[in-house]
Design a binder for this molecule. Sequence first.
Ligand code: 0O2
Length: 268
Amino acid sequence: MEIMLWRELLEPYGMAVDELMLKFTQVRDGYRKRGLYSPIEQVDGRLKTISSILDKVQRKNIEIDHFEEQLDDIAGIRIICQFVEDIEKVVEIIHDREDLKVISEKDYITESKDSGYRSYHMIVLYKVHTIDGPREVKVEIQIRTLAMNFWATVEHSLQYKYDRDIPDEIRERLTNASDAIVILDSEMSYVRQEILDAQNSFLLEANVVSDILNNIQNLVRYSNKREIKKIQDEFFRIHKTGNIKDLERFNKELDIIAEGRRAQSLEE
Ligand code: 0O2
């Protein structure tokens, strides 16, 4: 196969990775903008390199001309969650999306791989629009916690270092580390609600403060300097108390003032 042909073949997969990374990042940001906890913490993506495709084709005895049908992970998206419970939510989000058709799922969380690897895998079909027309491609989505990702990243590097033949002693340590990660994830689940409450109130405060500052910015156009200074001082005073309810009340008052000023300026 010629090198130019490879590039053309892989192009729709690269597009799928770029588009899906953006879409899942938008899902995360959508939650956060509304002051909600996002089940998605981080989104990564990669197009399998030609050399890695050739390695896998050789390892799995796949005919080179059929690699597209046989390999599910030419396009790969990785979604990292904080807690094990979030994985279920992300799986649900993926099932509900109209632009993704789930064709298979592997649950390596309930049943880890012999290596100790844990992750939830979904193979989906996704349509991209190339200059040659629409193309539906397979994408592998790996969903795992931060802790599972830490283990998988380290183990993956060791697989490369030892050419997939990790010495027994290191393998044993990795198995121990994988067991420790199950315990870590389950301990974190116990304190999940506490962490979620803290994160939610932080996000909520960040959003209210940003709304207040927008309101003040808009009021600058319709009010005099003395009035703006008074509003700002009041904002600093309430912000110092750290009381989110008072901040929300103050923001509502600013909304009303801003609305009144806008209406007044239209009448003039
Ligand atoms: P890369 O470099 O990430 O692209 P197989 O290779 O036979 O195990 P299969 O049948 O294609 O995999 O599907 P499976 O088991 O769902 O694994 C696909 C991908 O999951 C792998 O792709 C890895 O990314 C990840 N994975 C699976 N098992 C392990 C493991 O034991 N350790 C780590 N670190 N990752 C794993 P590639 O092509 O192997 O690698």
